[in-house]
Design a protein around this ligand. Structure first.
Ligand SMILES: Cc1cc2nc3c(=O)[nH]c(=O)nc-3n(C[C@H](O)[C@H](O)[C@H](O)COP(=O)(O)OP(=O)(O)OC[C@H]3O[C@@H](n4cnc5c(N)ncnc54)[C@H](O)[C@@H]3O)c2cc1C
Length: 276
């Protein structure tokens, strides 16, 4: 389905952001292929919007949400999950099949597509450590099989050596031994993070040998607000939308944090959050 002027605040966990000029939710892969074959608009792929902020001026192009590409299968212990599958569902599926190592995913409120794009991770694990191969689609609707070596994978960063391609599914091999008790994951998160409040999780990547949260806390910024956007008192690397924050409030607060940490510690904080 193609609609116009969708508020991205409805689709992003920050509950802020401007309008998407066009918003497309393909019913299936064929519909996505046909759409892309005829598309000339700028594309922004959307998962669950848990790491995305669209500026208040909006996105002048088409936002494509793959929520109906949500098939998940298993063959010879390889799990094939389409991009619209939530990470919670993937983790549950693996648990039912007695595959270990995917437990960390249940703590991340994203989709397979978003996690592949971000190399999402938690508790010392990251999704690309379990990728066998991925299927992508390019901006012209061509479906391609890609190997791990087709990507430069880093900490919360994935660069596709082939431009203008999007993830439509991943094949995963989860059979490693978990290094932690999966039952405690969500409990641990609730204790240390402002779960349930509008946020995007960690705003900044941890600089080498440092913790972004610690640097922000040591800059005495916990609780500091610009407009409706505030630095969480519970976890300093979380910005929360406390009082109808605009995307501009959030971005101004991000820049303020970066400037403060730079002047105090001479360290550059790089955003993990994607801003469009
Ligand atoms: C409370 C909270 C806790 C969090 N904890 C963690 C954590 O522990 N670890 C962690 O890594 N992250 C964490 N996050 C951030 C976020 O959940 C992850 O980055 C997640 O992988 C994003 O997935 P998504 O589907 O929401 O992606 P989106 O936010 O929708 O998109 C993120 C980026 O991926 C791109 N993208 C989305 N789908 C595709 C696709 N199919 N093909 C190509 N590009 C695509 C988007 O264009 C955008 O650039 C947290 C967020 C919140 C709100």
């Amino acid at each position: 389905m193609l609609t116009n002027n969708q508020p991205m605040s409805k689709h992003c966990s920050f509950k802020a952001g401007g309008l998407a000029k066009y918003f497309f939710t393909p019913k299936n892969l064929d519909e996505l292929v046909t759409f892309l074959q005829n598309n000339t608009k700028n594309i922004l792929m959307l998962g669950l919007g848990s790491n995305l902020l669209v500026r208040d001026k909006g996105f002048n192009g088409v936002v494509i949400k793959l929520k109906f590409l949500n098939n998940i299968t298993i063959k010879n212990n390889i799990v094939q999950a389409q991009s619209g599958v939530t990470l919670a569902k993937l983790a549950r599926f693996c648990q039912q099949k007695n595959l270990n190592g995917s437990q960390f995913l249940s703590a991340i409120p994203g989709s397979v597509g978003g996690a592949l794009a971000m190399n999402a991770g938690a508790f010392g694990s990251q999704i690309w450590s379990f990728v066998n191969s991925v299927t992508t689609i390019n901006h012209k609707g061509l479906i391609l099989e890609r190997k791990v070596s087709d990507f430069d994978i880093g900490y919360r960063q994935v660069i596709n050596k082939n431009k203008q391609e999007y993830f439509i599914s991943g094949a995963f091999e989860f059979n490693k031994k978990p290094e932690y008790d999966p039952k405690n994951i969500l409990k641990k998160r609730k204790e240390t993070q402002p779960i349930g409040q509008a946020s995007c999780g960690s705003v900044f990547k941890n600089p080498k040998n440092h913790h972004a949260a610690k640097l922000i806390e040591q800059s005495n910024l916990k609780g500091f607000c610009i407009g409706g956007a505030c630095i969480s008192n519970k976890h300093a690397n979380f910005i929360i939308n406390k009082n109808n924050a605009t995307a501009t409030d959030i971005e101004k607060l991000i820049i303020y944090i970066q400037q403060t940490v730079k002047s105090k510690f001479n360290i550059d904080l790089e955003t993990e959050l994607v801003i469009k």
